[in-house]
Design a protein around this ligand. Structure first.
Ligand SMILES: Cc1ncc(COP(=O)(O)O)c(C=O)c1O
Length: 379
């Protein structure tokens, strides 16, 4: 056992030497302003969401008691899935226990060479989230990485591979969680159609915040994609995830997706709360507009002081500092002033692009933003 422990300890020490060691934050800490939370609309504390959770707890108890295929299939899941499908203009939807689980296991199921009749080709944005890579590492399917958000590069790669008969997948995020930029979804959807590729888009950071009635960038008619995935863990204030897709894909996943078949259904308490949050989304246009206005103002003020906010165009604003140690120092200096921010380092982001990730939410006030900008300028 000692040899194992020594090996693991050496690995963590090596990470620490490079400024890459991760540590769980102190749970007792209360921040004056928090720019690290993904509760973009404050729905984790919305009274209607909390009431729905209480009612479900009384009606169903704490857990689903089994996989959806065994004892865990409740009316609640079916009703919520029908609602998600309608709002995403999709034929059907399927709920998962977490976003990571959905991406990793749905994609692993979809890229099955035996089922498709040939080894598929996956065209993936270079900055895709770890859960999207996981599926391909798991299955050994090769990814062709296109430059981040560069549809011309994607087109060139698709054209290079236009003559084979391999099935093609395009996999990306609609809003990138560490950069806060958004893809041109209608253009991407058109490109996918042109090349007969299946388009899979992760809407984790768009769900609730962007798109028609807050239902993400794939909810608009011209922007329709084949499979839209989204999480309940960010703007909906809870946990879990959904896939919106054609009925044939839902049937296939119910039969083959390990993360659906072999996992206990999401707790009915969470499902009911997330359904209430989802139903609230169309009423939150003013909050969404305010969030985007705050982000635009913040970017302008930071850029005026010489900070690099990358290509951000949403409520997520990176301050790219480059060096890991610099990002950690800036984070700690802000925390010392009661302002919590996340320092994001490789491998979560590419080498030499360590950053502070500022996530705005509707609870932020002008005073919070003033203090943030002043603190950043002085550190
Ligand atoms: C783009 C993206 N996809 C998926 C996930 C995973 O979602 P979850 O936290 O629900 O597992 C995240 C969360 O970090 C994310 O940022």
């Amino acid at each position: 056992m000692t040899a194992f422990l020594n090996a693991y300890e050496r690995h963590v020490q090596a990470l620490a030497a490079q400024g890459l060691r991760r540590e769980l934050p102190d749970t007792g800490q209360r921040w004056w302003a928090d720019f690290s939370s993904n509760d973009y609309l404050g729905l984790s504390r919305h009274p209607r969401v909390i009431d729905a959770a209480h009612a479900a707890l009384d009606r169903y108890g704490t857990g689903a008691t089994g996989s959806r295929l065994l004892s865990g299939n409740l009316d609640l899941y079916e009703a919520f899935e029908a609602r998600i499908a309608a709002d995403k203009h999709a034929e059907s939807a399927l709920i998962f226990g977490a976003g990571y689980q959905a991406n990793a296991t749905v994609l692993a199921a979809l890229v099955n060479a035996k089922v498709l009749g040939a080894e598929p080709l996956v065209f993936a944005d270079r900055l895709n989230h770890a859960s999207l890579h996981h599926a391909f590492r798991l299955t050994g399917v090769r990814q062709l990485r296109f430059r981040h958000a560069d549809l011309a590069h994607l087109r060139a790669l698709l054209e290079q591979h236009a003559h084979g008969d391999q099935p093609k997948f395009i996999v990306a995020e609609s809003v990138f969680g560490m950069d806060g930029d958004a893809l041109d979804v209608p253009a991407l959807a058109a490109l996918a159609r042109e090349h007969g590729a299946l388009l899979y888009l992760d809407e984790a950071h768009a769900t609730g915040v962007l798109g028609e009635r807050g239902y993400g960038l794939t909810a608009a008619p011209g922007a329709r994609v084949d499979v839209a995935m989204g999480t309940f863990s960010k703007a909906l204030g809870g946990s879990g995830a959904y896939i919106a897709c054609p009925r044939a894909i839902k049937d296939y996943l119910v039969n083959t997706c390990t993360g659906f078949i072999y996992s206990t259904a999401l707790s009915p308490v969470v499902v009911a709360a997330m359904q209430a949050a989802w139903t609230l989304l169309p009423t939150l246009d003013a909050e969404r507009a305010r969030l985007q206005q705050m982000a635009a103002d913040l970017r302008a003020r930071l850029q005026a002081r010489g900070f690099d906010t990358g290509a951000s165009s949403t409520h997520i604003v990176p301050v790219i500092l480059g060096d890991e140690a610099r990002a950690l120092r800036a984070r700690d200096a802000l925390r010392a002033r009661g302002i919590n921010v996340s320092a994001v380092r490789p491998p979560t982001v590419p080498p030499h692009t360590a950053r502070l990730r500022l996530a705005l939410n509707t609870g932020h006030t002008p005073a919070h933003l003033d203090a943030l900008v002043e603190a950043l300028a002085s550190v």
